[in-house]
Design a protein. Structure first.
Length: 679
């Protein structure tokens, strides 16, 4: 009886854990200068403990304050236990806990000697451990360069070309501006902490007790930096933003990485220690409200991990952008500063990881400036028309992945039935006095209020602030006053803004919603309102479904490309409504500018496919199908036709699988294309 009861209890406990998954995470917590300023009585973020800056690294300078945060994911803290193991000679101990919220609390300590510190937090069956290293700073020239300046792991040479590598030097030489003064150098040197003695830059300054130490010059002009290196070699050996600024002190490293003797941390905390000062820089504060800072879906897989994992994206770029990663990513990471910007390399503008983009179709995006970085992930992940064909074969409504913004901007890798649809210039338009950077120009717009805790534009990447107000200012440079919200802005074609045909001229986004509603209404649906796909669904209907989903997933309701959005929805509505005959004048009353024979679709096909063609002038048109030996198989068209665009249906039900050709003749125009029947 006792055994049965025990087994029942164990089963219930295990079931509860499985039903309500939770995890306890213990990690170093970064504190930026802005957070130190905000941690004052009366401020909403007040905790009363954030009195010193912290990088959030597990490798820190001796006597640097460490903040440890324990967080229960999907649960509440009810009785957390802490412990700290310290190296010999240390008297360090953990502070009392400070509650952050119901699921998190922080304890702090100051490592007083070099060595390994192990912190443990536990509650019930849950526990987590973090191993930290405390050391002293050495400087890049006498330490990092020895191993990382060679051909195998050459970070030193590319880093030498970055702004980080020369910021103090430039300041001393008067190149950073007249504002530059001694108060600036804490973020432009290694290990600067006046409350710690760990061989950081300040430990070699006369102001902080170093006899004969560094003294900030009275005048700044070219050549001062060189003289400072000669006069104060120890201090200037720690000048600028070096390896140890982002990876922690190197005294315990010497090729060893165990026990956090050297760390690589992609979190934004190390960057925030300088780039979030609530004065000149507020990038991390902006980033924290972005979708990048809290990915709704994170993945470590070799496919999804490319874009749904900050580290995965870096590995993908470094590997030359393969179809997928060679191996899964070791953990989940958000899209942080170091995901998009390479701290070690200034080859690309703004030290961007990549400035090129290629769509799944193989189309290379040649325009868009810095925005091409975004387009590496914000694309459909689908190749057309293959994806439409394969989705239809599986009785699934075709659609792109969840971010086809690149396709909407460029119109590449979209299905337009070979129609030459108009496009708006957002991809190539340059702001007055600036460059054409597509996504960046709008989503990172720096307005008048972008200097401090702005929650729209800049590194928030958002077009809507935290109060739900549209960042219409981003449009003002090019479009002037667009009103109070994006949905007020009307889009005119030949003086008409009523694109959905309801008799009312509304803002573009409302018109696009109307077009989507119309397209939805003419597409087949099941009893639950989902698109219905079965063996009778035509390619045209499937392509219209794809375009509906593409515009929806773009999530701008036409703003990214007004002209293309309106035209592709109108075209998709016409295609979804279908035609009665095998040959249809697609543009009645509108004469094409040239002759054209389009690739059949679908291709490969079984057994029916459509062939579209355009003729510039009226005359006899002959469209003939041939087999691979050149034998005539079928004459689809042989008649007088008016100028226009047409489509002809070819049925290969009675033919064998293989390659076939189709040839058109009209006046002096001839063209030949290949297609494949695959049964």
């Amino acid at each position: 009886m006792y055994k049965k009861l025990l087994l029942t209890v164990i089963f219930v406990l295990v079931s509860a854990v499985l039903a309500f998954p939770q995890d306890l995470v213990l990690e170093p917590h970064g504190v930026s200068p802005a957070e130190v300023k905000r941690d004052t009585l009366g401020h909403p973020d007040y905790l009363g403990i954030k009195d010193r800056i912290a990088t959030g690294l597990a490798n820190v300078g001796v006597e640097t304050k460490v903040y440890l945060m324990a967080t229960f994911e999907d649960s509440m803290i009810s009785g957390l236990s802490w412990s700290l193991e310290v190296p010999g000679g240390s008297e360090a101990s953990l502070s009392e806990p400070t509650s952050v919220d119901s699921a998190s609390e922080i304890k702090t300590f100051v490592p007083d000697v070099a060595g390994t510190y192990t912190a443990i937090a536990s509650e019930g069956m849950y526990a987590d451990t973090v191993v930290l290293n405390a050391g002293t700073f050495l400087g890049v020239e006498n330490n990092c360069k020895n191993c990382h300046g060679g051909a195998v792991t050459d970070h030193y040479d590319p880093w030498s070309g970055t702004g980080h590598a020369a910021f103090l030097d430039n300041g001393l030489d008067g190149l950073n501006g007249s504002y530059y003064n001694e108060g600036c150098i804490s973020c432009h040197t290694v290990g600067f902490d006046t409350l710690a003695t760990n061989d950081g830059f300040d430990d070699y300054m006369e102001r902080y007790g170093a006899e004969g130490g560094f003294v900030f010059p009275d005048s700044l002009f070219v050549g001062i930096a060189d003289s400072m290196y000669e006069t104060y070699p120890e201090a200037m050996g720690r000048a600028n933003i070096q390896c140890e600024s982002c990876h922690g002190p190197g005294s315990g490293h010497n090729g060893q990485t165990a026990d956090s003797k050297m760390v690589v941390d992609l979190r934004s905390d190390a960057c925030a220690a300088c780039h979030d000062d609530d004065h000149y820089h507020v990038y991390p504060t902006q980033w924290e409200v972005s979708g990048h800072a809290d990915l709704y879906y994170q993945s470590t897989s070799t496919s999804c991990g490319v874009c749904h994992n900050g580290k995965g994206f870096i590995q993908w770029v470094d590997a030359g952008k393969p179809e997928e990663l060679a191996k899964a990513v070791d953990a989940k990471y958000n899209i942080t500063c170091a995901t998009c910007h390479d701290p070690h390399d200034a080859t690309n503008v703004n030290q961007l990881r990549t400035v090129g983009a290629t769509l799944p179709s193989g189309d290379v995006i040649n325009e868009g400036g810095k925005g091409k970085l975004c387009m590496n992930c914000h694309n459909s992940r689908r190749e057309l028309p293959d994806r439409i064909i394969s989705d239809l074969a599986r009785d699934r409504d075709p659609g792109p992945h969840h971010g086809p913004q690149a396709e909407m901007l460029t119109t590449l890798n979209t299905w337009t039935w070979d129609e030459d649809l108009p496009t708006s210039p957002h991809l190539i338009a340059a702001v007055p006095g600036g460059e054409a950077n597509s996504c960046v120009n709008c989503h990172m717009y720096e307005g008048e209020e972008s200097g401090h805790e702005v929650t729209a534009g800049m590194h928030s990447f958002s077009m809507v602030n935290q109060e739900g107000e549209d960042n219409v200012e981003a449009c003002s440079d090019c479009h002037g006053n667009v009103g109070e919200s994006f949905d007020e802005k009307k889009y005119y074609i030949d003086g008409n803004a009523d694109h959905d045909g309801d008799g009312v001229e509304e803002g573009l986004q409302h018109e696009v919603e109307g077009l989507l509603d119309t397209l939805y209404s003419v597409l087949p649906q099941d009893d639950e309102g989902d698109f219905l796909v079965d063996s009778t669904t035509s390619f045209d209907v499937g392509a219209a479904m794809y375009n509906y989903n593409m515009v929806e997933e773009d999530r701008s309701l036409g703003i990214h490309n007004p002209a293309f959005t309106v035209s592709i929805l109108q075209l998709s509505i016409d295609k979804a409504r279908g035609v009665a005959s095998a040959i249809e004048n697609l543009d009645e009353g509108v004469a094409p500018h040239s002759y054209k024979l389009s690739q059949n679709y679908p291709n490969p096909f079984n057994p029916v496919t459509l062939i579209e063609f355009s003729i510039k002038e009226a005359g006899n048109v002959k469209l003939v199908i041939y087999d691979i030996l050149g034998r005539e198989v079928s004459i689809l068209v042989n008649e007088e036709m008016a100028a226009g665009s047409y489509q002809a249906q070819f049925d290969g039900a009675n033919l064998a699988s293989g390659i076939y050709f189709y040839r058109i003749e009209s006046g002096k125009f001839t063209a030949l294309k290949k297609m494949m029947l695959l049964k």
